[in-house]
Design a protein around this ligand. Structure first.
Ligand SMILES: Nc1ncnc2c1ncn2[C@@H]1O[C@H](COP(=O)(O)OP(=O)(O)O)[C@@H](O)[C@H]1O
Ligand SMILES: [Mg+2]
Length: 306
């Protein structure tokens, strides 16, 4: 099992949009602060966090927010037993057996990163309950980790000076996320990650998928216009664009109005998303989302790039 990852920035696309976020975040990290990237799903938060970890040049440890995560697990836990048995039969008439059974303590990823001076990425940390994240307060402020007495180690461990933490979160109106804790927010610098601009989206599609600029234009047009007319603001358009682009590229599907394959693909990706983005689309709205998509695809050449 590999717990520590080496970040790779090979696939990261830099544009003025990403650069201004990365420059600010990197500056704060260099001065020793933890940073928090907040924004809608699919705006590139996790990707930027990993890129920053790569710039810091230290090994990186990833942790995902989870409703069921316990505070004790964030620090470490007792895991399994170690047994030591000594059979002493040196004097053959005397048999001495020492049997020692101990629980073994295993540091969590947070404790390991803090001790060793690695970069911790705590992705979607507000999916964990706020009280679970209390363990982080001491790590960020006093630079100390308090280990439970049964860990068989000294009670307090000093945080390594190279330890850095990068948090990401989705805004609070998302399902299954908790309100972020004031005490924690007070100890980190939060950067709002807005929706990527068209230039960034375009470059990600052409350089990561390999489709042509004309195809990227068409896909971005369809996805952005559809989102605008169906009032979906909670998720960004990037993931949907990437899905459509990858399938068009790998299956030679032309991104034009009269390609039935393209129309079906856009319908499959975009219409199904309406139920999952958490945006409340009025059932009674006219025209229906399917009808809206048909209209956008029919007039692909006339639809503005937004
Ligand atoms: N700057 C970027 N360079 C390359 N790919 C990116 C970039 N930003 C986002 N992506 C891609 O877009 C998708 C969504 O990004 P992700 O970081 O997972 O968003 P979030 O964490 O905000 O939900 C991923 O497939 C990711 O690879
Ligand atoms: Mg993410």
């Amino acid at each position: 099992m590999s717990t520590v990852l080496q970040a790779s920035s090979r696939q990261f696309v830099s544009t003025s949009f990403t650069t201004q976020i990365v420059t600010r975040a990197y500056r704060y990290l260099q001065s020793g602060y933890a940073i928090h990237l907040r924004g809608a799903a699919g705006t590139g938060k996790t990707t930027i966090a990993m890129h920053l970890a790569g710039l810091l040049g230290r090994p990186m440890v990833l942790l995902y927010g989870d409703e069921d995560l316990q505070s004790s697990q964030l620090i470490g836990s007792q895991s399994g037993y170690s047994r030591k048995k000594v059979v002493d039969n040196y004097i053959h008439s005397v048999l001495k057996i020492e049997d020692d059974l101990r629980q073994s303590w295993v540091d969590s990823r947070l404790t390991m990163a803090a001790k060793e001076g690695f970069t911790l990425i705590y992705d979607e940390f507000n999916r964990s309950r706020p009280e679970t994240n209390n363990a982080l307060l001491g790590v960020l402020e006093e630079k100390l980790i308090a280990l439970p007495p049964d860990s068989n180690q000294s009670d307090y461990v000093r945080v390594h000076p190279n330890f850095r933490a990068i948090f990401t979160s989705n805004p609070q109106e998302y399902a299954a996320v908790h309100p972020t804790q004031d005490a924690l927010m007070d100890r980190v610098i939060t950067i709002e990650v807005g929706e990527a601009d068209v230039e960034t989206e375009h470059l990600i599609l052409t350089s990561r998928i390999g489709i042509s600029p004309v195809q990227a234009d068409a896909i971005i047009k369809v996805v952005r216009n559809f989102r605008k007319f169906t009032h979906q603001y909670k998720s960004s358009s990037l993931r949907a664009c990437l899905m459509i682009a990858k399938i068009c590229f790998e299956h030679n599907i032309p991104t034009i109005s009269n390609s039935e394959d393209f129309r079906e693909l856009c319908g499959d990706v975009l219409l199904s998303r309406l139920d999952h983005t958490g945006d409340q689309q009025e059932v009674t709205t006219e025209p229906s989302p399917a009808e809206l998509l048909t209209r956008i695809l029919d007039r692909l050449d006339l639809v503005p790039q937004i």
